[in-house]
Design a protein around this ligand. Structure first.
Ligand code: 4NP
Length: 155
């Protein structure tokens, strides 16, 4: 059975594409590619169809990760599978989803899986421009998320 993981942010050009790319690499490295369907989406529609932000593409490239996704807005269909791991980047994303689609039983904030305790929300590099800091936070959160899914799904 495929495990669905959907990363969500506001614009789907900075943080959630980065999380999708990093998590995909971790899953590939663990030899679990066939078990997962990994995707990302934004709550907003401003950047639909656009490539990821140049800062996200640059930082991923610096860490040897490719990414070719285009921004899309989240749909009711995305939220209709109760088993999908819906992983938001910050509390505002979580609130937006809850307001639009109601409570989802498997919705979490990425940094709830993180080993660091400084940040609970992934700061938005669209405004901070600190893509390396965001990369480190997202990578740590993704590693914790994979460990949790591994245990929960008995992989
Ligand atoms: P993201 O960053 O949610 O990490 O993709 C943003 C991208 C675009 C906008 C806001 C945040 N925007 O307002 O256009």
């Amino acid at each position: 059975m495929t495990i669905n993981v959907l990363f969500v942010c506001l614009g789907n050009i900075c943080r959630s594409p980065m999380a999708e790319a990093i998590f995909t690499q971790l899953v590939d490295e663990a030899g679990l590619t066939d078990k997962f369907h990994i995707d990302s989406a934004g709550t907003g529609d401003w950047h639909v169809g656009e490539k990821a932000h140049p800062g996200t593409r640059r930082i991923l490239a610096e860490h040897g990760i490719g990414y070719n996704g285009r921004s899309r807005q989240i749909t009711a269909q995305d939220m209709s599978n109760a088993k999908t791991y819906v992983i938001t980047m910050d509390q505002s994303n979580s609130n937006n989803l809850r307001r639009t689609f109601g409570q989802h039983p498997n919705q979490h904030r990425l940094l709830d899986f993180s080993s660091q305790k400084t940040e609970t929300d992934v700061p938005d590099p669209y405004y901070t421009n600190n893509f390396e800091y965001v990369y480190q936070l997202v990578k740590d959160g993704c590693a914790g998320l994979l460990k949790t899914i591994w245990e929960r799904e008995g992989l």
